[in-house]
Ligand binder design. Structure first.
Ligand SMILES: CCC/C=C/C(=O)SCCNC(=O)CCNC(=O)[C@H](O)C(C)(C)COP(=O)([O-])OP(=O)([O-])OC[C@H]1O[C@@H](n2cnc3c(N)ncnc32)[C@H](O)[C@@H]1OP(=O)([O-])[O-]
Length: 302
């Protein structure tokens, strides 16, 4: 039985006084009927956590329909769920996947970045930073089971994982396409991409705002496996088993060694990065670009 909780935890509270919130907003994981290891599951409105394998692996399903945009509410719920998993010694790995058909995540929620006030932009950006830092430095093995379209912020989430598995479908395109919206991926999005596919490929991908179809994503190293749609989750669990065969302490220290310098670049200038985002996104020209892009999305639908 899933525990559904309606939350709108102020992100400021989450980010500044996270310790007080930890475990409080969603309560302890509930035990499904039958109980025992592996039966643990819990849920908020927008994030569903289910047992994956042998009680050591959780599957986090993003369920913010229609397109899993990373709204402030979603980010808040996701961060709380992730923290619960990080703090629960039973879990060693998490598969992140989507509960929305054909879309892993449409990336940052454009409505959080358009027509709001500077205070809102600052709060939102702090939550986006927090999402990246928590995922990028997670002690857990993270496997992204990318079962649909994965642009921009969705791609960033996938890039923070240790392994990426993409469904072999024409809808499953992945990349940092910010320039197509007339906006610019911040340096830490760029760093994460460079760490994955190298400098030259990133330079091209970022400038052109490339969204790679599965075969090209595999070729450039943006994803590690491409499999038929109905095998994405089973492949994720099988890859997970391989990673969990490594002793946690050795793997975690190695992960930190590989990622710390990149994370520190943001940690050292978080406030400046927020101010930079707020002044960038508040520009009339950028707001105009976002308006046009949102209108295009609506027209496409109509
Ligand atoms: C410096 C900042 C860095 C920025 C990083 C980012 O991540 S920037 C983000 C870059 N992201 C992108 O460039 C991806 C933009 N999105 C897409 O390309 C497509 O939606 C899709 C391919 C993900 C799914 O196609 P599909 O045919 O399954 O779905 P559909 O297209 O019919 O949309 C359904 C509804 O969702 C709405 N909506 C969609 N996305 C967003 C969003 N991000 N936010 C909010 N809303 C969004 C859409 O308007 C429509 O609303 P309506 O009319 O019902 O009120």
């Amino acid at each position: 039985m899933a525990l559904a909780v309606r939350m709108r935890v102020p992100c400021r509270a989450l980010l500044c006084a996270g310790a007080q919130l930890r475990g409080a907003a969603l309560g302890r994981p509930e035990w499904a009927a039958g109980g025992g290891d592996g039966a643990r599951r819990f849920a908020s409105l927008r994030v569903l956590v289910e047992p994956g394998a042998e009680g050591r692996v959780a599957v986090m399903k993003l369920k913010n329909p229609p397109v899993n945009s990373l709204s402030l509410d979603f980010l808040t719920e996701f961060l709380i769920s992730l923290e619960k998993l990080e703090n629960d010694k039973a879990f060693r790995g998490v598969v992140i996947t989507s509960d929305c058909p054909n879309v892993f995540s449409a990336g940052l929620d454009l409505r959080e970045m358009y027509g709001r006030n500077p205070g809102h932009y600052a709060e939102y950006w702090k939550a986006v930073q927090e999402l990246w830092l928590r995922l990028y430095l997670s002690n857990l093995v993270l496997v992204a089971a990318i079962n649909g379209s994965c642009p921009a912020g969705g791609c960033l989430m996938a890039l923070t994982s240790d392994v990426r598995i993409l469904s072999d479908s024409p809808k499953s395109v992945i990349g940092l396409n910010e320039t197509l919206l007339g906006i610019v991926a911040p340096f830490w999005f760029k760093d994460t991409l460079v760490n994955t596919i190298g400098h030259r490929a990133s330079e091209r991908a970022l400038q052109l705002g490339l969204l790679f179809p599965p075969a090209e994503a595999l070729q450039v190293g943006l994803v590690d496996h491409v499999v038929p749609e109905d095998q994405v989750q089973s492949m994720a669990l099988s890859v997970m088993a391989h990673w969990l065969a490594i002793p946690d302490h050795a793997r975690q220290l190695t992960k930190a060694m590989m990622r710390k310098a990149t994370a520190d670049r943001l940690i050292k200038q978080r406030e400046a990065d927020i101010q930079n985002f707020v002044s960038f996104i508040s520009r009339d020209s950028i707001q105009k670009s976002l308006q046009i892009y949102l209108e295009k999305l609506k027209q496409k639908k109509g």
